[in-house]
Design a protein around this ligand. Structure first.
Ligand code: HEM
Length: 415
């Protein structure tokens, strides 16, 4: 009798995150078999279902019967593992307010409404001249260089500079803000150790302290910046509390920082790997907006997000119980052939706007217009400024942190 063919066991837990070198190298190779096998995949190691198909991912993100509040999940679930040890580093000290992305209605609706005016496409478009000016300064700082790390010298500092400017913080604070922001991100690592946790907590307290001081200063002497606008919103009926403002500022800085760096890093990497697409973009710069959406779809900076079922329900026809944790694999959904033809092909001319890189539904990324504008301006300026640009001789290095897919080093040769 012929032996049964060996079937590769499907992955679980950390092997389905950036802690695993195979996942870092090629998430599609991990997600494709899961998507093909069933609508939901039970990951026993992390106590969660993975949602990998586009239609199901969109449904879960848009349905109100799924919560973002980790406290609604079971004690052994992935989300509780993240939150329990302190994604909320100030928790327990009486000085913590959950970020917008972890609030359910009605609190979510109220805070989001108060914030959304500052992030409309028109409000963000008004920032274009400042983003262009900051980008030029960053390019000028590269004069005479031949080989650089694109992340360290360009994609890393730019988003911090831009969001700090929007908030009215001095450029001199940016190195601290970037350092704290990177440390706070470690809250998304379910495997983090006690030392990392302490650094995370100290960074959170330092960053919130800076925002507390800035808030007091703007209350005394308002300016034309986002923190002054939030202080003004305190005078409205649904006023924001000081703690809510501090939490929002922290979230804007952390959420708007590494994700935009990763859009630029992953985007440039895709262009360098597909020189014909880079040539096309140089020849037809009007394709940049489309190209940025394709970069977001093709190599999604936030690979996943979490939800908890508040009722018994079904996803893709499969039963889900009250309290179940679902990981919506955005990166997998964006490569679902049922939604996007030839999903593993990088094509800057395709209409990729239906991607889920910014999520969908009521929590859809508040900063999406800003991220898109930064991506367009900063990437286009870089490839135009360095016509001889090519991949550096050293290999790039991916970040080992779950959720946030990007490079810690992306060497490029400029001349
Ligand atoms: C390419 C860059 C970015 C990506 C890929 C990204 C991705 C996302 C995603 C997927 C969500 C939804 C999470 C969920 O539904 O659970 C989200 C929410 C959010 N993002 Fe972004 N983001 C980016 C840039 C930014 C920027 C620049 C800012 C602000 C400066 C920002 C602020 C936020 C906020 C405040 C939320 C929470 C919205 C809510 O819960 O209502 N993001 N982002």
């Amino acid at each position: 009798m012929a032996a049964a063919p060996e079937v590769e066991p499907l992955r679980e837990g950390a092997a389905l995150t950036a802690h695993d070198p195979d996942f870092r190298a090629d998430p599609d190779a991990c997600y494709d078999p899961l998507r093909a096998a069933a609508p939901l995949y039970w990951d026993a190691a992390y106590g969660r279902y993975l949602v990998t198909r586009y239609a199901d991912a969109r449904q879960v993100l848009r349905q109100r019967e799924f919560s973002v509040d980790a406290r609604q999940s079971r004690a052994d679930s992935y989300l509780r593992r993240l939150a329990g040890t302190g994604v909320a580093p100030g928790a327990g000290e009486g000085a913590y307010e959950p970020p917008l992305v972890l609030l359910d209605d009605p609190a979510h609706r109220r805070v989001r409404q108060l914030m959304s005016k500052a992030f409309t496409p028109r409000a963000i478009e008004a920032m274009r001249p400042r983003i262009v000016a900051i980008t030029r300064q960053q390019l000028a700082s590269l004069a005479g260089e031949t080989d650089i790390d694109f992340i360290e010298r360009y994609a890393g500092p730019l988003p911090t500079r831009i969001i700090a400017e929007m908030m009215g913080l001095p450029a001199a604070d940016c190195p601290d803000l970037k350092r704290w922001s990177d440390a706070i991100l470690q809250g998304y690592d379910p495997e983090r150790d006690a030392t990392t946790q302490r650094l995370l907590r100290d960074s959170y307290l330092a960053m919130s302290g800076l925002f507390r001081d800035t808030l007091a200063a703007r209350r005394r002497a308002p300016r034309e910046d986002l923190i002054s606008a939030m202080v003004r919103a305190q005078e409205l009926r649904d006023r924001l509390s000081d703690l809510e403002i501090i939490s929002l500022c922290t979230q804007l800085l952390v959420a708007g920082n590494v994700t935009t760096t990763d859009l630029m890093g992953n985007g440039l990497h895709a262009l360098l790997q597909h020189p014909e697409q880079c040539l096309k973009l140089r020849a037809r710069p009007e394709l940049i907006a489309q190209a940025v959406d394709e970069m977001l779809r093709y190599d999604c900076p936030l690979t996943e997000t979490g939800r908890i079922a508040l009722t018994e329900t079904r996803v893709g026809g499969c039963p889900v119980a009250h309290g179940d944790t679902l990981t919506v694999a955005l990166a997998a959904a964006n490569h679902d052939a049922a939604q996007c033809a030839d999903p593993h092909v990088f094509d800057i001319e395709r209409d990729a706007t239906a991607h889920l890189a910014f999520g969908s539904g009521s929590h859809v990324c508040l900063g999406a217009p800003l991220a898109r504008l930064e991506g367009e301006i900063c990437l286009q300026a870089f490839i135009e400024h360095f016509p001889q640009l090519r991949a550096g001789s050293a290999p790039p290095t991916r970040r080992e942190l779950p959720f946030f897919r990007g490079f810690v080093r992306l060497p490029v040769c400029l001349v």
